[in-house]
Design a protein around this ligand. Structure first.
Ligand SMILES: Cc1cc2nc3c(=O)[nH]c(=O)nc-3n(C[C@H](O)[C@H](O)[C@H](O)COP(=O)(O)OP(=O)(O)OC[C@H]3O[C@@H](n4cnc5c(N)ncnc54)[C@H](O)[C@@H]3O)c2cc1C
Ligand SMILES: NC(=O)c1ccc[n+]([C@@H]2O[C@H](COP(=O)([O-])OP(=O)(O)OC[C@H]3O[C@@H](n4cnc5c(N)ncnc54)[C@H](OP(=O)(O)O)[C@@H]3O)[C@@H](O)[C@H]2O)c1
Length: 446
């Protein structure tokens, strides 16, 4: 019997488990599956951990999420086609839920099935050797301190790429008297109440960490961008300036001459695709981009079609794109999708990479990833979902952010699965300090 290993049970690994389970429900004979996760439960980044650094076994913590994190895109854009928000919560809920609510939704779908018994928790994959036919996987069951070697026919890598921080160095850091940290270790904005915070970066972490610090009472927040500013209309107390030049004592000096006394520096400088368990010939080597090369349909490793990667793209689309990838991956593994010849594969990859390299603005990037997801969707029996509505929502959301970065999370969108329209949340995001599931779902009675 074909044996398949899945590394990681974050949203991508869970999509993979779900895809196989749906095929089994239809009466198809599925392969034997073993999923590994180094955490003690599934959910990946959404499974919040207060820990930073190492876990109790000395293994690096993969988690990068923090308290008070709310979805930064409309939930309607990531909705599962086969499990709507309405089905899970029993009623329409607002469009920008906090982490705990999205976690509940992700887990709710897989809890309905029997996939959990396929997962080995607290088990880290340490090495994978491919001998031309099979994968030999060495894993460490941390709880019982047991090492195991097993042979698999297929390998699905869904270990995420927002766990290993990229940490640059600036002159003066080693003598800075305050705190220097990466957003990977950011857990609670309350820590920075009354402080002067420098945030370095110009993407989603920089934007959200800056706004969190402001929301929870930082004195000033100064964002240093390197190439392009985010350019939002920042609230009083938040300022965006050009690239940090150096630190002199506790003073941050920027390349445009701006100077700011600082208590803390938060590096929102992104993450590395990091696969220490893979040999060089199997390793995806890429920066965070919308179409990493060497992956056919963004999934199948060009040089070895038994090695598949999920969720390795930079992401506008998330959960339903991961589903489309997983349904496609399942059908490749089960032989329902035949891989084309080498030339055709190369042509297809080159076509997508060339298109990606020409993208100039967020609207074009949204179009690109929507087209990619639609193409994948057409290749499997993943249920129908309105990607044109999702495309429209993403563009509207981008424009809401430009209008007012403090209020975009108060807007409402319609479901691409059920068509229902989200209610407006009972509290505007900027004053909603409690992010618990209970308070979020507790809509005041009309
Ligand atoms: C701070 C932050 C906020 C985000 N917010 C949003 C948001 O609001 N909306 C949204 O749609 N997306 C958001 N994302 C994007 C996020 O990438 C996806 O939502 C999603 O978590 C990706 O799923 P994944 O399964 O690829 O990876 P992950 O969620 O990272 O899961 C990977 C899993 O692999 C396991 N693993 C890794 N290495 C090994 C190993 N060697 N052995 C065994 N197990 C291993 C890890 O323990 C983990 O459980 C956010 C990302 C970050 C960093
Ligand atoms: N739900 C939420 O609210 C939320 C919050 C945070 C993050 N997220 C998610 O987390 C994921 C990761 O986002 P991310 O922002 O961490 O990573 P990212 O999107 O990969 O962006 C990395 C950023 O680091 C900057 N950078 C790199 N090296 C730098 C240096 N030496 N000095 C200054 N800046 C440097 C880059 O700037 P250049 O452009 O100049 O290279 C870029 O702006 C995304 O999927 C995002 O959606 C979501």
């Amino acid at each position: 019997m074909t044996k398949v290993a899945i590394i990681g049970t974050g949203p991508c690994g869970l999509s993979m488990l779900r895809a196989f389970e749906q095929a089994e429900k239809k009466g198809e004979k599925i392969p034997e599956i073993v999923a590994f996760d180094k955490q003690s439960d599934w959910g990946g980044l959404w499974n919040y951990s207060w820990r930073t650094g190492s876990d109790e076994y000395g293994d690096p913590i993969p988690n990068s999420m923090y308290r008070y994190l709310w979805s930064n895109g409309p939930k309607e854009c990531l909705e599962f086609a086969d499990y709507s928000f309405d089905e899970h919560f029993g009623k329409p809920i607002p469009s920008f839920p906090p982490r705990e609510v999205l976690y509940d939704y992700i887990i709710g779908r897989v809890k309905k099935g029997n996939s959990k018994n396929k997962v080995r928790f607290n088990t880290t994959v340490n090495s994978v050797v491919y001998d031309g036919k099979n994968f030999e996987i060495t894993s460490h069951d941390k709880k019982n301190n047991k090492h195991a070697k097993e042979i698999f026919d297929y390998l699905i890598v869904s270990s995420g790429h927002f766990s290993v921080p990229y940490i640059p160095e600036y002159q003066g850091m080693s003598s800075f008297p305050g705190r220097i940290m990466h957003s990977h270790d950011f857990r609670d904005a309350e820590e920075f109440r009354g402080k002067n915070v420098i945030v370095l970066g110009s993407s989603y972490s920089a934007e959200d960490v800056a706004l969190q610090c402001h929301k929870y009472g930082a004195n000033t927040v100064t964002i240093g961008y390197r190439h392009n500013p985010m350019g939002f209309k920042w609230p009083n107390g938040v300022k965006e300036v050009f690239h940090l030049d150096r630190l002199e004592g506790s003073k941050a000096i920027f390349k445009d001459g701006y100077e700011q006394e600082a208590d803390a520096i938060i590096l929102c400088s992104g993450y590395l695709h990091h696969f220490p368990f893979l040999t060089e010939d199997q390793k995806l080597n890429t920066r965070n981009r919308l179409y990493p090369p060497k992956l056919y349909k963004g999934v199948v490793w060009q040089d070895n079609h038994k090695l598949l990667y999920l969720g390795m793209q930079d992401q506008f689309h998330t959960f339903n794109m991961f589903d489309c990838q997983a349904w496609f991956a399942r059908d490749v593994v089960m032989g329902k999708i035949k891989m084309p010849d080498k030339t055709e594969i190369e042509k297809d990859i080159n076509k997508w990479v060339a298109m990606e390299e020409k993208l100039e603005n967020p609207d074009q990037m949204i179009d690109f990833q929507t087209e990619y997801t639609k193409e994948l969707h057409d290749l499997s029996d993943y249920p129908k979902i309105d990607f044109e509505l999702i495309r429209k929502h993403f563009k509207e959301w981008e424009h809401h952010k430009v209008e007012d970065i403090m209020t975009y999370r108060n807007k409402s969108f319609s479901s691409p699965v059920t068509g229902s329209v989200a209610p407006i949340h009972h509290t505007p995001w900027a004053s909603a300090m409690d992010d618990s599931l209970k308070v979020f779902l507790d809509q005041p009675k009309k």
